[in-house]
Design a protein around this ligand. Structure first.
Ligand SMILES: [Ca+2]
Length: 487
C-alpha cells in the first residue's frame, strides 16, 4: 500500500474498502497534501529533570540550545506549561494516558518497580497505532517492565523500543533493550556509547525507515537526570564554566540540543516539517541541589508542589498550522498532548476514556479564547496543590529541612500567581473565602483519586534520588582525568 493510500485509508476508517478503492479511482488520493494534513507525524520529546529556567528561550544565557529553542521560535512557547506530577514515573504515566496518574494509583516511582503503568490504561501510542501510525519509544521508559514484559513499551502500543526500562547511567546503560534485536535486556559493551547520542541516531534512522506512514516517535531522553556524565567533546564547549557540576550539566544539555537538532534535521530532510507536530516538554522541575538544574526563579524543585516542581519548559511546533513565535500565557498540562495529537490524527476523543487533558488546537489557532484548564490539581503523598484561575492553594515541602516540613499538619498556603509567581506572599490569612473555595475544589478532586498502588521507601531528608550523589564524570576513553561516576 502506498503511503498516500495508507494515510487516506487510516483517515477514513469507517468506509468500506470498496469505497476507498472507488475514491482511489476518482483521484481523491491524488492530493497528498490533503491526506497528509489529515494525519500529521508526532515527535514527542521529553527531557528529564530539566528546570523551568533552562534552555535559551527560558532565559538561560550560559548554555546555548539553538535547536531546542527553534521549536519555541517556530511554534508556541507555553509560559505556564505544567506536568501533572513532579517526578519521573508519575509524570510519564500522565503523559502517556492524558489522565491524572493519581486516578489509577500511579502516584510514586515505586509503581514502576512493583509493576508498571496500569494495564487497564491505554497509552497515546496505542491510540495512534489504532489510527494507522507507526510508533516507537526511544529513551527512558520508566513505566514498568522489571516485573513482567506485559509492561514493556512493545506491549503498550509501541512497535519499537530502543532504550532503558528505568533510570540509567549515560555510559554502559543498564536494563537496555533494542527490540530490533530482541526483547532481552542487554549489556552495552561499546566504551563510547552515550545514551543521548545513541537515541538521536536511532530516532533519525527510525523516522527514515517509517517516512511513508504517519509516525509517532516518543523520545524521552535520560538527560538531564543524574548521574552527571558527558563526553569530552561536549565538555570542551564550556571552558569558562568552572563549577564542575554545572559544567557537566551544560555539556549534557548541549549534547541533548545536538540530539534534538539531528532529529529535526532528518524531518526537514524528508520534507515532513509541515506535517509533523513537535512537542518538547520536561518531565518535572530541576533538582537544583543535585544537578544544578535551575527553575528560573520559581519556588521549589523537583518533587515539590511549589511551582518549581510541576512548571516546566513546554514548547510545541507545527509549521503552517500553529502560529510561529507565539508565547502562550494560558496554563496547559502534559495531559493535553494525548487529546491534541489524537484529534489531529483524525481520532474521536471518546468521553468514556475519561481524559483530564484537552485538545489544545482550538486554543492555539484562535478558535477558543477561554482557558484550556480553569482548575488544575496535583497530589504527591502529603504534598498537594490546586490552581484555580490564578489562585493556588498548596501544601509543599519547604526548601529547608525541619521547620514547616511536617506536611501532615501543615496549613495550606494561598498564592496569587498573577502577581506573585515565586510564591513568596502567603495570602491564606487575608483571603479565607478563597482558601475555602479552593479547598473545596481540591477535596472533590481528591475524593476521585485512587490510593497509591505502591509507595516509595522513605527518602533522605534532602530528597535526593538514586544516583544523585554520584560525582560528575566522563567514562569515555581519553577523558581519564575525570573521575568516573558511580552508577
Ligand atoms: Ca524526572
Amino acid at each position: 500500500m502506498s503511503h498516500v493510500l495508507r494515510r487516506a485509508a487510516a483517515a477514513l476508517p469507517s468506509l468500506p474498502l470498496s469505497i476507498l478503492c472507488l475514491a482511489t479511482i476518482l483521484g481523491l488520493l491524488g492530493s497528498p497534501t490533503t491526506t497528509q494534513a489529515a494525519q500529521p507525524n508526532v515527535l514527542l520529546i521529553y527531557a528529564d529533570d530539566l528546570g523551568w529556567g533552562e534552555t535559551g528561550v527560558q532565559g538561560n544565557k550560559d548554555i546555548p540550545t539553538p535547536h531546542i529553542d527553534s521549536i519555541a521560535k517556530n511554534g508556541v512557547r507555553f509560559a505556564q506549561g505544567y506536568v501533572a506530577a513532579t517526578y519521573c514515573s508519575p509524570s510519564r504515566a500522565g503523559l502517556m494516558t492524558g489522565r491524572y496518574p493519581t486516578r489509577f494509583g500511579h502516584e510514586f516511582n515505586a509503581t514502576a518497580r512493583h509493576s508498571g503503568l496500569s494495564l487497564k490504561e491505554t497509552t497515546i501510542a496505542a491510540r495512534l497505532k489504532s489510527l494507522g501510525y507507526a510508533t516507537a519509544c526511544v529513551g527512558k521508559w520508566h513505566l514498568g517492565g522489571e516485573a513482567s514484559q506485559d509492561y514493556y513499551p512493545t506491549n503498550r502500543g509501541f512497535d519499537e523500543f530502543y532504550g532503558t526500562l528505568n533510570n540509567t547511567p549515560f555510559y554502559h546503560p543498564t536494563q537496555f533493550i533494542d527490540s530490533r534485536k530482541s526483547l532481552d535486556i542487554q549489556n552495552i559493551a561499546d566504551e563510547n556509547f552515550y545514551t543521548t547520542d545513541a537515541y538521536a541516531e536511532r530516532s533519525a534512522d527510525w523516522i527514515e525507515r517509517n517516512q511513508a506512514k504517519p509516525w509517532f516517535l516518543y523520545l524521552p531522553f535520560n538527560a538531564q537526570h543524574a548521574p552527571l556524565q558527558a563526553p569530552q567533546k561536549y565538555l570542551d564547549r564550556f571552558p569558562n564554566i568552572t563549577d564542575e557540576k554545572r559544567k557537566y550539566f551544560a555539556a549534557m544539555m548541549s549534547g541533548m540540543d545536538d540530539a534534538v537538532g539531528l532529529v529535526l534535521a532528518k524531518i526537514r530532510e524528508l520534507k515532513q516539517e509541515e506535517n509533523t507536530i513537535v512537542f518538547f516538554i520536561a518531565d518535572n522541575g530541576g533538582p537544583t541541589q543535585s544537578t544544578s538544574s535551575q527553575n528560573g526563579g520559581l519556588r521549589g524543585f523537583k518533587m515539590t508542589t511549589f511551582e518549581g516542581g510541576p512548571r516546566v519548559p513546554f514548547f510545541a511546533q507545527w509549521k503552517g498550522t500553529l502560529p510561529a513565535g507565539k508565547v502562550e500565557e494560558r496554563p496547559v498540562m502534559n495531559l493535553d498532548v494525548l487529546p491534541t495529537v489524537v484529534a489531529a490524527a483524525g481520532g474521536k476523543l471518546d468521553p468514556a476514556w475519561k481524559l483530564d487533558g484537552v485538545d489544545l488546537l482550538p486554543y492555539l489557532t484562535g478558535k477558543n479564547e477561554s482557558r484550556p484548564h480553569e482548575t488544575m490539581y496535583w497530589r504527591f503523598g502529603p504534598q498537594w496543590a490546586v490552581r484555580h484561575g490564578d489562585w493556588k492553594l498548596v501544601v509543599s515541602r519547604k526548601e529547608a529541612a525541619g521547620a514547616g516540613n511536617n506536611l501532615a499538619v501543615a496549613k495550606p498556603e494561598l498564592y496569587d500567581l498573577a502577581h506573585d509567581v515565586s510564591e513568596s506572599k502567603d495570602l491564606a490569612s487575608a483571603e479565607p473565602a478563597k482558601v475555602a473555595e479552593l479547598q473545596k475544589l481540591y477535596d472533590a478532586w481528591n475524593a476521585e483519586q485512587a490510593p497509591p498502588s505502591a509507595v516509595d521507601q522513605p527518602r533522605k531528608p534532602d530528597g535526593k534520588q538514586n544516583g544523585a550523589d554520584a560525582k560528575p564524570g566522563a567514562k569515555k576513553a581519553g577523558a581519564g582525568k575525570k573521575r568516573p561516576a558511580k552508577s
